[in-house]
Design a protein around this ligand. Structure first.
Ligand code: PMP
Length: 310
């Protein structure tokens, strides 16, 4: 049984209708399927400590979804409010207390060649499923083992690096497979100049001498979890420097961790066979991780505006 199988999810929202899981299909010749032009998002809803369900930073995720559409000149008539309401409807219909949510925008209009007019109307679907710890419970608890990929993030002159476009993710899929085939949990991709960029689906931070360092936003997807962690770190009084990071800096870091909707905040214990710090979860990573989970569970009122009650 796969994680996103029918057993986990009863219905999928397709352009205004809740459709049974097995009927949520598109045509095999759809433009987005042929040419990698689907736009997607990934967000999570958490059960708060009051027992309610709340979407974490839904407005920012739907804004990025709209921006990804705009990057491809896709037209959509759904507002952020429409998408939020539909997501709440979907979560309730699936009876989820906690879940991962996958909005997808795509062109399914019968265009068969490459040519696609600007402002072509995109279809939108919203799916959701239960998703536990992306790197497993052990990975979350003890940290993960990663390797630098032979695949690099694409050049910014020919890729929409700020958009979540399905075609972009083939490089991520290959990098992740290369890493797992070598017995690692995840890959770190360098940018075209050889600086550290990010994971296959995660942003990266290092801690050195009590200061946080993270790559600037040119070649990476500017993550919403990255932004959340930077806010939490600043509020804790930590200094953050957004600057180029070398492979050597990774090996010499006191702590390294990933952030992302799927991976949440996950420590890295080993990179290319080099033990990072003491080889466990470092104290700053732990503090940020603990705070992050308090925030998503609604335990820190200061950040309650990041939560949308379902
Ligand atoms: N980088 C890539 C390539 C990703 O796919 C993701 C996941 N969306 C991230 C970073 C983290 O982004 P976020 O925190 O918004 O999920």
């Amino acid at each position: 049984m796969t994680q996103n199988s029918k057993a986990d999810s009863k219905v999928i929202w397709m352009d205004g209708k809740l459709v049974p899981f097995e009927q949520a299909t598109i045509h095999v010749l759809s433009h987005s399927f042929q040419y990698g032009g689907a736009v997607f998002e990934g967000m999570r809803a958490y059960e708060t400590s009051k027992g309610e369900t709340a979407i974490f930073r839904g407005a920012e995720h739907f804004q990025r979804f709209q921006d990804s559409m705009k990057s491809l000149s896709y037209a959509t008539h759904y507002s952020l409010m429409d998408l939020t309401k539909a997501t709440c409807e979907l979560i309730k219909a699936n009876d989820f207390k906690e879940c991962y949510i996958r909005p997808v925008g795509y062109i399914d209009d019968g265009t068969r060649g490459l040519k696609l007019a600007s402002n072509s109307k995109a279809n939108v679907t919203l799916a959701s499923w239960k998703w536990g710890k992306y790197m497993g419970d052990d990975g979350q608890k003890s940290g993960i083992k990663v390797r630098i990929s032979s695949y690099r993030r694409p050049d910014i002159s020919s890729a929409m690096t700020w958009a979540k476009l399905s075609g972009n993710y083939l490089t991520s899929v290959l990098a992740r497979r290369e890493a797992t085939d070598c017995g690692c949990d995840e890959a770190i991709l360098l940018d075209p100049h050889g600086f550290v960029a990010e994971g296959s689906g995660e942003n990266l931070f290092i801690v050195k001498g009590g200061v946080l360092f993270t790559p600037p936003t040119g070649y990476i997807l500017p993550g919403i979890t990255r932004d959340s962690v930077m806010t939490l770190a600043t509020d804790m009084g930590l200094k953050i420097r957004e600057e180029n990071i070398t492979r050597n800096q990774l090996y010499l870091a006191d702590e390294v961790f990933f952030t992302g909707t799927a991976v949440e905040v996950t420590g890295i214990r080993e990179i290319d066979g080099h033990k990072i710090g003491d080889g466990g979860i470092g104290p700053i990573t732990k503090k940020l991780c603990d705070t992050f989970f308090k925030v998503v569970r609604g335990e820190l009122p200061k950040y309650s505006s990041w939560l949308t009650k379902v």
